[in-house]
Design a protein around this ligand. Sequence first.
Ligand code: ATP
Ligand code: MG
Length: 367
Amino acid sequence: MADSHHLYQNIFTSLIDGVLIVSTDLKIIEGNLSAEEMFQRSRGSFEGQPLSELFPEQPEILNKIELSLSSGTAYHHVEGIGFRKSTGTHFPTNLTLSPILNTRGQITHTVILVQDTTLIKELQESTRQVDHLSSLEALTDGMAHEIRNPLGGIRGSAQLLLKDLKDLEHREYLKIVISEVDRIDRLIKRMMNLSHPPKKDFQPTNIHRVLEEILVLEKESLDRKNGKFIQVYDPSLPIIEADEDELKQVFLNLIKNAIEALPEKGQIHIITQVDPKYTLRKTQGAPPTQNIAIEIIDSGGGMSDEALKNLFTPFFTTKKRGTGLGMAISLKIVENHQGKIRVLSKKNVGTTVQVFLPLRRNDRMTS
Ligand SMILES: Nc1ncnc2c1ncn2[C@@H]1O[C@H](COP(=O)(O)OP(=O)(O)OP(=O)(O)O)[C@@H](O)[C@H]1O
Ligand SMILES: [Mg+2]
């Protein structure tokens, strides 16, 4: 008998789950080693104390125990929040409540098995986030599909018009419609492939050609403000290796922002040059590279310090119909090209946005 008592005592102590034995007046009679570890306090400090010390402010648990004591029913999967007094922290638990009967069939105690479910909860949370992501992906895919269909219609109609149109200037506009539709289509395809590693399409790119295409596109909205583009291009600006579609997106965002900030008869300077400064590579052994610099200087309203601080934060906008994504996307693209964006702005004076792009492709990009 003494031996079997010893055995039970050993089992009780060694159980991985916390075990608490609770009396009919809801006081803790005994706890095992795991319970000590879970609640980070010695048995001596909670034995004799009310159970509510370990599970404060949870009358539903106490009610269940009272029910188990009065009816003799066991309860599984009771959720409770354990309290660690020493650190003042909480942790999620899963409880099993079992009444103990004496030889006369009377209920004398309740045994509570306590499982710490912190890890399980964390896992559930991360799966939920993945679920969120995949539904977001489904939404993007659905949206992309809905956008690409009408785009097909726009492209087809523009091509039909182009067949009959004689006026050269209007033909140019239509060609831009078609090439812009193709650009959106390519970008949407890329969005749909977001879950795959992005494939960069780096080709020799003439920045002046990129800029000119954007300026033609934006000329009309500038005309509405009687504004003026002033191009100061460095004729010796070299061809760089870049993803042309992505760079178009950058300069479209920047020129749009400049026009939107412009007062009546304002000016936008677009200056290109080979940056006289060499940038030292952070990677050891890699040669220093030189950048080309594209500056977009507007004589617009400028930005407050607050706006300047939040400029690249996604969804930060001061515009009624802005998405606040233009600058965030532009920065990401420029960084993808191992470049930099610098912004200087003064309220009521104007804004200068400098885009630096490396002349030579870094070796890492070829991988
Ligand atoms: N050239 C500029 N002059 C003054 N403010 C600017 C300029 N460029 C950006 N900003 C400020 O930065 C904010 C964020 O710009 P961003 O291009 O990211 O979004 P947006 O222009 O508001 O929206 P979207 O680009 O979707 O139309 C703008 O709302 C504006 O307050
Ligand atoms: Mg913008």
